[in-house]
Design a protein around this ligand. Structure first.
Ligand SMILES: [Zn+2]
Length: 279
């Protein structure tokens, strides 16, 4: 199901029910609010975008100003909410988010945008109307792994979440200001997958579901890169999850809904510890 656009709440509920129902009916379980007005949906997306930025700060995904997270506006699908230029992820809050168009022109907000970086997001969102959210940062393990120009191996159940659900994108990425040039190429590669390893650059994730799913799968992808590098450094040969079991795992633990569900732990932690997110 990670291979297909998923804006449909019915599919989400199907996911949930296939895993947790009916034996847990009546017990506390994360629920995505339904029946929101456009204004409420916008606020919801902005809150979760801020939380995703805060989560990236906690993960140490903070290489200067390199890193952009976007979520599509629910009313104006050609506009995206994103983090402000040169503001640390730990200091992103509702009031300093900016709204930009496909070209990276700011239409709301006080801060500038990282236009070179945003071109990449703008190209992906413009070419793929189904993609709601996207994450990118220059992380330690993801960038190191990206230099190898190869896909992740299904070395674990967690890594199998990306099995046949990510792509490796071209070699020209290491050049200065390449994001401007590479935006189209990246966008063309983002068909039906939730993640990309951009050679000599870093990681990207996209979600047809939510910014929460895009953010969690980014965190998961960085962790998978770290684990594969650790194993390869030993010189030992890992046992891989077989093809059919890797596909099964991806369908069950690699869906958009499961990414959203994982993020709820992060959301609840941030809700308790970082109330200034809502300033
Ligand atoms: Zn970048």
């Amino acid at each position: 199901m990670a291979q297909t656009p998923n804006n449909d709440q019915t599919l989400d509920l199907g996911d949930r029910e296939s895993i947790y129902q009916p034996t847990q009916k009546g017990l506390i379980f994360p629920e995505k609010p339904t029946g929101m007005s456009i204004a409420q949906e916008r606020h919801h997306r902005k809150e979760r975008l801020v939380a995703a930025c805060r989560a990236f700060a906690l993960q140490g995904f903070d290489y200067g100003f390199a890193g952009h997270l976007t979520v599509r506006d629910p009313q104006h699908p050609h506009l995206y909410w994103t983090n402000p230029m040169a503001v640390h992820f730990s200091q992103v809050k509702i009031s300093n988010l900016i709204l930009a168009d496909h070209q990276g022109t700011v239409v709301e907000g006080d801060y500038a945008i990282n236009q070179a970086g945003f071109v990449l997001h703008g190209a992906v969102h413009e070419m793929h109307p189904d993609i709601i959210a996207m994450c990118h940062a220059h992380t330690v393990y993801g960038t190191a792994f990206a230099s190898l120009g190869k896909k992740l191996d299904p070395i674990s159940q967690d890594a199998a979440a990306f099995y046949e659900d990510h792509v490796v994108i071209g070699a020209e990425a290491g050049q200065v200001a390449v994001e401007t040039k590479a935006g189209l190429g990246v966008a063309e590669s983002f068909k039906g997958v939730k993640a990309a390893i951009h050679k000599n650059h870093g990681l990207l994730t996209a979600s047809r579901h939510s910014i929460e799913a895009a953010a969690f799968w980014f965190i998961a992808l960085e962790r998978c890169c770290q684990q594969q590098l650790l194993i390869e450094a030993t010189g030992l040969k890992p046992t891989l999850v077989p093809h059919d079991k890797a596909l099964y795992s991806r369908e069950h633990v690699g869906s958009e809904y499961i990414g959203w569900l994982h993020f709820q732990t992060i959301w609840n932690q941030l809700l308790q510890t970082q109330p200034d997110m809502f300033d």
